[in-house]
Design a protein around this ligand. Structure first.
Ligand code: G3H
Ligand code: 13P
Ligand code: ZN
Length: 359
């Protein structure tokens, strides 16, 4: 069995200079596609589940499907990660269900809408980090609020995130405050605000440095060279996918996502985890639409879902290759969580001390 803590995986990614896509999962088809791509690419896997995913599939169903993926692909290290945990209970129940990593997103209050104060964020993240590390589980924190530098608004239109206008100094993570936050909380990975937002409608034009602040990544990486940075809202929403979706009756207005080349620049400057959900949804939905349009008499769900699995597999394979994660799975030997816990206790896994050197 090859379940791996996020910290060990990202330490490896930092050592070898690659990034790991973190794909959101909700159902069997997505897990099957991501794992098939990872096997083909020999890539380590981050499967992440939002609160919405956990309630959609149910914790037991979701985690048993991940158990099955692990049994079917024993040579592929899998990190199971809680995406956007909103409070201690969400993070701790994920750990009870076998997650090896949790995001405590204290950038927002527990309603997941209201921007939180620094002190609130620091305190709740610190509490979760202490508890998670005691059992060897990794923690991702977030500093700064996701939202658009074009409109100055949070991302509530996507169904979650801050509502209305958000101050610009919250929409861009402050590098000096990032140093303080990492020291205060002991997180293993840091999600930052840099102009990305969740969902398909990130930018109204191809993003440049004014609206996608790669400079913030560089500035944080200069001050904190050994913290693992996380880019949320990192779907690329490729033009060809938008066209394919619309070709089969979809109605997606023209939009721009985060270009893969910008993510690659981020990876050269400390980004190790790259969150992708929207692209996976879009590629599957386009295929389902295509079958529904081309084969109007079809009613076997498998005939809709198998092509969507195949298309998602190809998208995931491309991201594994583009981020440099391909070929890395076989170089990793997952440490048991008990060993990770021992290292945290011994103080050898403070931010910046790689797991491999800490034996
Ligand atoms: O956090 C954003 C992810 O895309 C998850 O979305 O909350 O609709 O599952 P969700
Ligand atoms: P996208 O909506 O860009 O895929 O972002 C997903 C994400 O950040 C999940 O936490
Ligand atoms: Zn996110």
């Amino acid at each position: 069995m090859a379940r791996i803590a996020l910290r060990q995986l990202l330490d490896h990614a930092a050592e070898y200079g690659y990034g790991v896509p973190a794909f959101n999962i909700n159902n069997m088809e997505q897990i099957v596609a991501i794992m098939a791509a990872a096997r083909e690419a020999d890539a380590p896997v981050i499967l992440q589940a939002s609160r919405g995913a956990r309630s959609y599939a149910g914790d037991i169903m979701l985690t048993r499907m991940v158990d099955a993926a692990e049994a079917m692909h024993p040579d592929i290290p899998i990190c199971l990660h809680q995406d956007h945990g909103n409070d201690e209970a969400t993070c701790l129940s994920a750990i009870q269900y076998g997650f090896t990593s949790v995001m405590m997103d204290g950038s927002l209050e527990s309603d997941a809408k209201t921007p939180a104060s620094y002190d609130y964020n620091r305190d709740i993240t610190r509490r979760v980090t202490d508890l998670a590390h005691a059992v060897g589980v990794s923690v991702e924190g977030e500093l700064g609020v996701l939202g658009s530098l074009e409109t100055g608004k949070g991302e509530a239109e996507d169904g979650h995130g801050a509502e209305g206008a958000v101050a610009r100094d919250l929409l861009l993570t402050d590098p000096d405050q990032a140093v303080e936050f990492v020291q205060d909380t002991g997180v293993d990975a840091l999600a930052i605000a840099m102009g990305t937002s969740h969902g398909a409608y990130k930018f109204s034009r191809r993003p440049d440095g004014d609206i996608l602040a790669i400079d913030v990544v560089k500035a944080i990486n200069e001050r904190l060279p050994s913290i693992h940075l996380v880019m949320h809202g990192s779907s690329s929403v490729p033009q060809e996918l938008q066209d394919e979706f619309n070709r089969w009756g979809g109605e997606m207005p023209q939009t721009w996502g985060v270009p893969v080349e910008e993510i690659q620049t981020g990876i050269r400057h400390g980004v190790r985890k790259v969150n992708i959900d929207t692209d996976c949804r879009l590629v599957m939905a386009a295929e389902i639409r295509r079958i529904a349009t081309e084969k109007k008499s079809e009613f076997d769900p498998r005939k809709f879902l198998q092509p969507s699995i195949d298309a998602l597999k190809e998208l995931c394979r491309q991201r594994y290759e583009a981020f440099g994660a391909a070929g890395q799975a076989s170089r990793l030997r997952p440490l048991p969580l008990a060993e990770m816990a021992r290292r945290y206790r011994a103080g050898t896994l403070t931010p910046g001390a790689p797991a491999k050197d800490a034996a």
